[in-house]
Write a protein that binds this ligand. Structure first.
Ligand code: UT7
Length: 367
């Protein structure tokens, strides 16, 4: 009997602090109207440190000087974060494990993708694993940006189908808000991205019946010729030394994005990979009961809905409430869809993501 991987538990975590478009428009030249119209976002969650900083920035007469001061001295002289990306990963993981009826010790393996890690090294998955109280469980770390969770599912599925592991936890967690320039200079990214974590437990099951439940196929791609379109140089071996005062003075720790170029690529690649997944499985878009797209920008999702004639009832979107949480957006949407009873047994579900790298992919599964 062939083995299939099934998602048996999902979880999510978002920080409590809510940042409205109105608060952002007190920090930079933007408006609720612009953000809603161009992205669909109404509010997002950020770490308590980012939230405290934004409240202060909103009152600062010279925004650029304030951000420079935070870069130089931290917030009120403190540079330690009160919430890290592994904290979000752990919270989402515990929820996913609980919903699967498992404890951390039941896991054979963990796969985590996070764009901005707790540390340059060790990798965040190891930090998460330690916080889950584990000492020998293997950990794979991905840094596939917004496509990280979809890449993670593909990897975990291969381990399970190949018989190496029976229970794998896949995590997509992001804490990006602490690394944006919230002045006019960084407004394109600062209004878009936010913090959150999502996780899913995959378990081995014997495939029974003509249409067995579980993960069906994965379609993954990357294009390393486009790294400049969306990049964060915060630290790394591309500068010597990786962190320097000059780097800060030159503004290079701030991430940068060519929003229009990313938008165009995202629309093209997401459309292609959805079609690739449908073709590989002999399906039409109409056969998919629920689409979960990475919440990059509501306009990108709407463009997909138009191309494939997907009604709102066959999609789950939450960018309005959480912004673009990068690699966490697909698992957060998945968790909400599960909790909201959006899928019934036997439904076909497609998860699709695109992001930095560029990297993109689609996972088809039968719920
Ligand atoms: O998740 C990973 C992948 N990431 C994405 O998929 C993001 C893709 N890109 C986007 O979502 C959009 O490109 C953005 C939301 C980032 C920007 O929206 P846009 O409609 O592409 O705007 P634009 O960059 O073409 O800028 C249009 C105008 C510009 O002014 P001018 O040059 O026309 O005078 C910008 O300077 O809007 C200006 N602008 C803003 N105005 C108010 C840019 N950001 C803002 C802002 N508020 N926050």
């Amino acid at each position: 009997m062939p083995i299939r991987s099934r998602i048996t538990g999902t979880g999510m975590a978002v920080p409590e602090c809510v940042v409205t478009n109105e608060l952002l428009s007190r920090c930079m030249s933007t408006s609720d109207e612009w953000i809603v119209q161009r992205t669909g976002i109404r509010e997002r969650r950020v770490s308590p440190d980012t939230y405290r900083m934004l409240l202060r920035l909103a009152e600062a007469p010279d925004k650029t000087a304030f951000m420079r001061d935070v870069q130089a001295r931290g917030l009120d002289g403190n540079i330690d974060s009160s919430l890290t990306v592994s904290d979000l990963a752990v919270e989402a993981s515990r929820m996913a494990l609980k919903n699967a009826g498992l404890s951390p010790a039941d896991l054979d393996c963990i796969v985590e993708s996070s764009t901005l890690p707790d540390f340059a090294y060790p990798a965040t998955g190891c930090v998460t694993q330690g916080k889950l109280g584990l000492t020998t469980t293997p950990v794979f770390n991905l840094a596939q940006g917004c496509a990280g969770f979809v890449y993670g599912l593909a990897l975990a599925d291969q381990f399970i189908r190949g018989g190496m592991y029976k229970r794998v936890l896949v995590i997509g967690a992001e804490l990006l808000s602490s690394a944006f320039d919230y002045t006019d200079a960084g407004r394109d990214m600062a209004i878009l991205f936010a913090d959150g974590g999502g996780a899913a437990v995959l378990e081995a099951h014997e495939a029974t019946g003509a249409e067995p439940r579980g993960l069906i196929s994965h379609h993954l791609h990357s294009d390393g010729s486009a790294i400049d379109a969306l990049m964060g140089e915060i630290w790394g071996s591309s500068t010597f030394p990786p962190v320097s005062k000059k780097k800060i003075d030159d503004g290079r720790p701030w991430p940068r994005m060519n929003g229009r170029a990313v938008f165009v690529h995202a629309v093209r690649r997401v459309r292609e990979v959805v079609q690739e997944s449908l073709d590989a499985n002999g399906l039409l878009a109409d056969d998919i009961d629920l689409f979960i797209f990475h919440q990059a920008n509501l306009r990108i999702v709407e463009s997909m809905a138009e191309s494939f004639k997907i009604s709102e009832s066959r999609m789950h979107n939450n960018i309005q409430r959480y912004g673009n949480t990068a690699g966490a957006s697909v698992p957060i949407c998945l968790h909400e869809a599960v909790m909201g009873g959006r899928m019934k047994e036997g439904d076909l579900v497609m998860l699709v993501a695109f992001g930095t790298g560029f990297s993109w992919g689609a996972t088809l599964l039968r719920w």
